[in-house]
Design a protein around this ligand. Structure first.
Ligand code: T46
Length: 141
């Protein structure tokens, strides 16, 4: 499966919206199905910039448009490719390892929240597309 869409609960009252995220691989009611070791925000992206352009060897992530919108392009290196417009903070896209991702078409107010299963490690990145295709072909990781 290229990705899984997760719909979060939202509690709305006269003060606004509250969207809770429960984490954990061994918690039945978890919204995020792994133990989160790191999170980061991406803010102020330029509309014509492209982020991502890599895959991960082991890491899995959930990517959320916390504000505004952007387009997420996913490729499994074989048959599946998908372009997903993200414009709601109640939707997370769960991506496992060995999926090439690109982020583009950011709105001016876009803020992206990413929840990651591992600490930052540059050696987990595959930043060359040919190397990515080879890893998929050879069924590595
Ligand atoms: C991903 C997409 C959605 C750190 O030092 N720690 C971190 O946790 C991260 C994520 C990045 N960095 C440093 C490494 C680079 O010098 O921040 C700089 C920019 O990182 P990068 O070019 O990888 O940013 P994006 O937006 O292209 O990709 C990021 C994540 O790296 C990646 O895992 O899936 O967001």
């Amino acid at each position: 499966m290229l990705f899984r869409r997760i719909n979060f609960k939202k509690f709305t009252d006269g003060r606004g919206d509250l969207i809770p995220l429960e984490f954990g691989s061994d918690f039945d009611n978890a919204d995020i199905p792994f133990d989160v070791k790191r999170c980061y925000f991406i803010s102020g992206p330029t509309n014509d910039g492209i982020r991502g352009q890599h895959a991960h060897r082991n890491l899995e992530q959930v990517i959320i448009a916390a504000n505004g919108s952007f387009t997420l392009v996913l490729d499994d290196g074989e048959a599946e490719k998908e372009e997903i417009k993200l414009d709601s903070n109640t939707v997370g896209i769960h991506i496992k390892n060995l999926v090439w991702r690109e982020l583009k078409d950011f709105s001016h107010d876009c803020v992206i929240l990413v929840l990651a299963s591992e600490h930052y490690k540059e050696s987990d990145y595959i930043r060359n597309k040919d190397e990515f295709y080879n890893c998929v072909k050879n069924n590595e990781y």
